[in-house]
Design a protein around this ligand. Sequence first.
Ligand SMILES: [Zn+2]
Length: 290
Amino acid sequence: MAAQLDAKDAKPPYAFKRVDAYDGGIGAFATRDLKRGEVILHEPPLVTATMATLEQRVAALDEKTRKRLFSLCDWRAERAKTQKTALGVFQANGYPCPTAREPDAAGVFLKFSRFNHSCKPNAHHAWRKGERWIFATHDVKEGSELTTHYVDLFMTSEDRKKALKERFGFDCVCRGCEPTPKLRVAFSDARRAHMRQLDEQIYDKASRGKHEAAIRDVTERLIMLEEEELDSPAAVARACDDAAQAAAHANDKKTEKEWLERARAESKLCEPPESSELEELERRLAKLGV
Ligand SMILES: [Zn+2]
């Protein structure tokens, strides 16, 4: 398996190119057709740190890694025409990279940082086994831009735009935001808000014995995820896992197994081999014994 991944790494399925939409910034583009669930990239962080350890960690970097770190964007410094700082680079590019020893750590990545945001992304990222992994969430055509998400996609378009502007300094012009007709954005906002509500209610419903209603909510969520083009394997797996847990509350092992099997199938499209998340699903399925 490792050899296969290494061989793929030698010829990555993406290349970086200039993107007109973001002031001469760059983005990642598919160099071949990709299937839903394919690994696009897995990459260790250049450095991880907490607010308390940042300066010290950066000072300890070798020259090559330090250069790479400062090749990343610090948009606040660039606009103010001041020197980039490690804190600025972390604020603009850092992602949570929790470990048992450092649950609050964030890390920055040379390649992952160059994938642009979309509110309808075609790639999903996850922190697994000490690396940032990116998977295709849909089939992607050669030449298409590969996009991931920087903010919570279940916020309204206005709130996403505000969060992106404040933290990353850009106006989102993705196909979910601009120049999408206002009415379509309003529908999208309503759908996303409704999905969030269904998501928040599920544990409450399941624990109050309303497991059938909880599972109906999951089915509704799955339909809306697809309509909103947010039906990534990770989002679908999570919804299926919620349905499995609702069935477990009702001690309906057959239904629980069906949903867990679906969660496992989707998880295989958004998890590295033998991840602890996959192993946990296998363990729950084995325990069911039906
Ligand atoms: Zn957008």
